[in-house]
Structures are given as structure tokens and as C-alpha cells.
Unconditional design. Structure first.
Length: 365
């Protein structure tokens, strides 16, 4: 952890605390040249002073010091970096130049890079237990993988997931996507046995053609649900300034891309998690035939319209289906209730009832 701090209120302090609190199955080394001990753990002045090999380095230092830290990691033969520091392509030409320099150092050394300008990564697998984000709450372990291009929204995602009772197998905030992108993560989730549903929050596409190819292959075995930001011109402009989004495609193009790749598109986070909870707890439908069971006429009348819009086929209940209903249910809906009113009497409600419909315990007016 490069930039680990003794103060819990800082990004480096929160990150290091979460790494320890999650019970990571491996050694955790704080790197801080100004402190000998960080949160009761012996610290090292540089990554080169850390004993033994280093698999992952989480970098939380000012943007101007990130490239130097990456060079130290390259000399140590670190395999991957997670750079949470901001101040790169999202800030303008000077930041974009710094990002290209960082990416050049990583590629020359064979290191993979998550970020920069990201929230971090989480892997809840029992043999890993990695929580490398600076959020206040850890997600519940589960079988849903989530990719977010926004760090702040990633914190809301974790809160949503905990509130919905939806466990995460992994969470990745890609930030500016200098190296590792959503396409790489889709390919990884395809091979991950601990992930059954994939959720995406996207602001741009670096390689739409590859996205369509990888997503189509993954969607055959695991459902993909996505929210795409920047649907309007103003939204696209905001995403470009937020994470340095390279390509803000038109909404029609994105809709066609998702449809071709088999991605389920939602408009809001609420819809995203509604769909995700359904997919995580129910098997995928075997076909397009749909039946609707409801305890009220209004929802039953509204349901066929979106079903038809989604190209589902309406299925009528066969005669044998009634035998599977609970005995407490009537064989057909109750008769309609009608209003009656006379000029000299108060309005009253009456209902025509047949012999099969049980009489009420008492009449009401």
C-alpha cells in the first residue's frame, strides 16, 4: 500500500485499514517514507525495501508522484497496480500526458494497471478477501460481479447492494481506464466460477467491437445488466470531464450495441438492482412465454403492455393449472363492484355475489 497513512480520515489511511479489516489472505505492507509504523504495522520507506515479492501495489499518492512510484514498482517486479490518485486524463492535456507516461512505464515492465482516478478493487472470494477501496462499508460476499467507471457511484453501488441483500463476488472501479477496461473484466468474469451475474456502469466504450464480441460470448452463460451514462449531449459532456471518456456514442448506437451483444439495459440504479436481484435468485427463463399472477386487477392490467414491448408471448392458463392453485383461492375473480346512489340517500356500495363466492362476515356501508 503505497501512501498508507496513520490517519484513518485520509484516503491512504482508509485504504490500508480496509485491507487489514477484510482479512486479506497474504501479507500487507504499508509504504510511507515519513512513518516507521502505520496503524500498528511496520512501514517501509519505499516499495523496494519491502521483503519478498509483491503481487499488487495500491497507489494513493499525489498525481505528480505516481509515475515515480510506478517506476519503483517496475524495479520491484510488481505484477499489477491500482492507482486511486486523480489528476490524469480527466483534468486536461497535462493530465493526459502524465497518464500516457504512467501507462508507458507499466507496459514496459509488463504490469497491468487499474485506474487511475478510481475507487479501487474488491474480491470477496474466501481464498482472497481483498478490500482495496476507501469506502466506509464492505460489501456482502455473493455471486455478482460489478464494474463501475465512477468511483463515487461505486460507493453508492455497495450501499445499494447491501440494502438489497445482494452479495458481490468482485467489484472493480476502472476510473480513466488507461489499461484494464470493461472488456478485460468481462473476459475474466467469463472464467470466474464465483460470478453468476455481471453488472456494469459505463460512461464510454474504448473498443465497442470487442465489447460486442466478448459480451455476446459471456451472455450465453451469465446475464449482463448495464446502465450507460451520458445519454444526452449534456450527459456525454459531463462524463468526458468526469473520467476522461474517450467515446460518447449516441444513445441509438448504444441501444443497438447492447441488443446485439445480449446485454440487459436499465435506466437507473434502482432498476439495475431490481433486475440483478431477480437474476441472482431465479433461474433464467427457458423461453418467451409469460404468465402473470397478481392479487389485484390493476397490476394485472398493466403488466401485459411491457411484456408485449419486450417481445414476450402472452400465455393463457390451461384448465389443468387451476388444480395447482391453493384451495383458499376462488376458481375465478369476484364479480365487479358497482356504485348505487339515489337523490335522497347517501352513496352505498353493493356487489352481486354468486353462490360460489363466500358471503362477507358483515356488510359495510
Amino acid at each position: 500500500m503505497i501512501g498508507a497513512s496513520r490517519e484513518r480520515g485520509t484516503v491512504g489511511g482508509a485504504l490500508f485499514h480496509n485491507l487489514l479489516a477484510a482479512g486479506f489472505n497474504g501479507p500487507v505492507y504499508p509504504v510511507n517514507p515519513a512513518a516507521g509504523v502505520v496503524q500498528s504495522v511496520l512501514a517501509y520507506p519505499s516499495v523496494g525495501d519491502v521483503p519478498g515479492p509483491v503481487d499488487l501495489a495500491v497507489v494513493a499518492v499525489p498525481a505528480a508522484a505516481v509515475v515515480a512510484a510506478a517506476r519503483d514498482c517496475a524495479a520491484k517486479r510488481v505484477r499489477a497496480l491500482v492507482v486511486v490518485s486523480a489528476g490524469f486524463a480527466e483534468t486536461g492535456p497535462a493530465g493526459a500526458k502524465r497518464q500516457r507516461e504512467l501507462l508507458g512505464v507499466c507496459r514496459q515492465a509488463g504490469m497491468r494497471l487499474v485506474g487511475p482516478n478510481c475507487l479501487g478493487v474488491i474480491n470477496t472470494a474466501p481464498d482472497v478477501c481483498l478490500d482495496a477501496i476507501f469506502g466506509p462499508k464492505a460489501p456482502t460476499p455473493g455471486r455478482v460481479g460489478f464494474l463501475s467507471q465512477s468511483g463515487a457511484l461505486g460507493l453508492a453501488v455497495i450501499d445499494y447492494a447491501n440494502a438489497f441483500g445482494l452479495g458481490l463476488s468482485s467489484f472493480v472501479s476502472v476510473g480513466d481506464k488507461a489499461d484494464i477496461s470493461g472488456n478485460d473484466l468481462l473476459a475474466w468474469w467469463e472464467q470466474d466460477p464465483g460470478t453468476e451475474v455481471v453488472l456494469l456502469y459505463l460512461e464510454s466504450f474504448g473498443n465497442p467491437r470487442r465489447f460486442a464480441r466478448v459480451a455476446r460470448r459471456l451472455a450465453r452463460s451469465k446475464p449482463i445488466v448495464a446502465v450507460k451514462a451520458g445519454r444526452s449531449v449534456a450527459g456525454a459532456r459531463a462524463t468526458a470531464s468526469h473520467t476522461g471518456a474517450l467515446l460518447a456514442a449516441s444513445d441509438v448506437t448504444v441501444e443497438a450495441l447492447f441488443r446485439q451483444a445480449g446485454v440487459i439495459r436499465t435506466d437507473t440504479l434502482q432498476e439495475l438492482f431490481d433486475v440483478a436481484k431477480l437474476l441472482a435468485n431465479q433461474p433464467l427463463p427457458a423461453g418467451r412465454r409469460v404468465g402473470i399472477v397478481t392479487n389485484a386487477g390493476g397490476p394485472g392490467s398493466c403488466a401485459p403492455t411491457p411484456a408485449k414491448r419486450a417481445a414476450w408471448r402472452w400465455s393463457r392458463c390451461r384448465r389443468g393449472c387451476a388444480s395447482a392453485w391453493p384451495r383458499s383461492c376462488p376458481p375465478r375473480p369476484p364479480p365487479p363492484t358497482r356504485w348505487t346512489c339515489s337523490p335522497r340517500r347517501r352513496p352505498s356500495i353493493t356487489a352481486r355475489r354468486s353462490s360460489w363466492w363466500p358471503p362477507p362476515a358483515r356488510s359495510t356501508r
